[in-house]
Design a protein around this ligand. Structure first.
Ligand SMILES: [Cu+2]
Length: 136
């Protein structure tokens, strides 16, 4: 009777260990898959980093699915407030090398602004990404 209980406990313990091991293995496989078929990366920084009312430079960084800088893309930006329609500023960004593109922005009011980037990759595919920045 006692032996059966102990055996039963050991069996349950083994099942738990195997299930956890399988879950961990699964998560590793998922991660590897994500890395292999990663998305194009579009990120935004601004100069100055802390935005004030007035002129600023938007720097858009474009990397391909392997994380390499993309220099022959066409990058444009649409800029407007999120909280009201200030009229959309549209601009073309110019290539700076190392996958970076610069565009001018003029923030005429404090508050939240949306910057929508449109990136036409060298192969013609189009990627859009929006960012919200706060002008303080
Ligand atoms: Cu406004």
């Amino acid at each position: 009777m006692m032996n059966k209980k102990i055996l039963y406990s050991i069996a349950i313990g083994i099942v738990i260990v195997v299930v956890f091991a399988a879950l961990k293995l699964n998560s590793n496989i998922d991660q590897a898959t994500v890395n292999q078929t990663g998305a194009i990366s579009i990120s935004l920084t601004t100069d100055p980093a802390v935005l004030r009312s007035g002129q600023a430079t938007l720097i858009i960084d474009v990397k391909d699915t392997e994380g390499k800088p993309v220099d022959n893309a066409k990058v444009s930006v649409d800029i407007n407030m999120t909280s009201m329609n200030m009229g959309t500023q549209q601009g073309e960004a110019t290539a700076q090398g190392s996958g970076k593109y610069a565009a001018a922005a003029r923030f005429t009011m404090l508050g939240p602004w949306r910057i929508t980037t449109k990136v036409t990759m060298p192969n013609g595919s189009i990627e859009n990404k929006s960012f919200t920045v706060n002008v303080q």
